[in-house]
Design a protein around this ligand. Structure first.
Ligand SMILES: [Zn+2]
Length: 273
């Protein structure tokens, strides 16, 4: 499995699928694993890495949100304590998400040596800038809604690590599954986190990390601009220059589909259907 980034505490693995990241952080008193995914051999790589570094420390699994690609490796770490949002815990579509994993495995002839289940949350995040001490390390969480309905931002101030889930990805523009307006609110929180905590590293759910403060701001501003431009074009019935916009991105087919979905959701929010 590709290792996208590594330093003395942190390893960012990158899946062959959708450049989805899995991060392992070796903290003083525990190992934090973020969204272990996708393929069995990739999950195995992460398990082996964790075994190598853990030194009998407890394992915690953080789920940035409940999209099926991010929870697919849950039971590969059966002893882990689970951190996720309250909305994640109460997600009404648990069965649908599990069905998506089973369909994916079915379509691709994938067998796993662990069961597919929806995570049961031990440490529940329910607020913005909520501080939770885990095994002696203070972690700051924020609700991050808009992409989906149950995301969280995670900031580990002692290591300068900001885990953004599927926000602030460089490989894709905002994928809005829930609300463009809530997405904008979430981006404001991201900006606040970057300003307040000055992270050393931003870890995104897909594609490359960033260690560059300007780039962190730029990713936030570009996401904001995209959503605001879309809102403007819907309200004023002016065209959105999709061709120029898409030049920045690979994978045009997927991007066009995501853009169309964004349009649909924003039109509904603006009562312009
Ligand atoms: Zn994702």
């Amino acid at each position: 499995m590709k290792i996208q980034y590594q330093d003395s505490n942190t390893t960012i693995f990158e899946s062959a699928l959708y450049q989805t990241t899995s991060t392992v952080i070796n903290l003083e008193n525990f190992i934090l694993i973020v969204d272990p995914n996708w393929l069995p051999i990739e999950i195995k790589t992460i398990q082996l890495h964790v075994e190598k570094i853990r030194n009998s420390k407890p394992i915690y699994l953080l789920f940035t949100h409940s999209d099926y690609d991010h929870i697919i490796g849950y039971r590969a770490f059966p002893e882990a304590k689970i951190i996720a949002s309250e909305a994640f815990q109460n997600n009404p579509e648990k069965e649908k998400i599990i069905a998506q994993i089973n369909n994916f495995d079915d379509e691709n002839y994938i067998l796993r040596n662990y069961p597919i289940e929806y995570p049961i949350v031990d440490i529940v995040v329910s607020d913005d800038f909520q501080k939770i001490e885990i095994e002696g390390t203070e972690i700051v969480f924020c609700q991050a809604v808009g992409h989906n309905s149950d995301g969280i931002f995670t900031m580990i101030p002692s290591l300068g690590i900001f885990i953004a889930g599927d926000y602030l990805c460089e490989v894709e523009f905002p994928f809005i599954y829930v609300s463009g307006f809530l997405y904008l609110e979430t981006l404001k929180k991201a900006l606040k986190i970057i300003e307040q905590f000055e992270p050393e590293i931003l870890i995104a759910g897909h594609g490359l990390f960033s260690k560059n403060k300007k780039e962190m701001f730029d990713r936030t501003k570009e996401a904001e601009k995209y959503i605001n431009d879309l809102i403007f074009s819907i309200k004023n019935k002016t065209p959105f220059d999709l061709d120029t916009f898409l030049k920045k991105y690979h994978f045009p087919e997927n991007m066009i589909a995501a853009h169309k979905k964004n349009l649909e959701i924003l039109k509904e929010e603006l009562n312009e259907t």
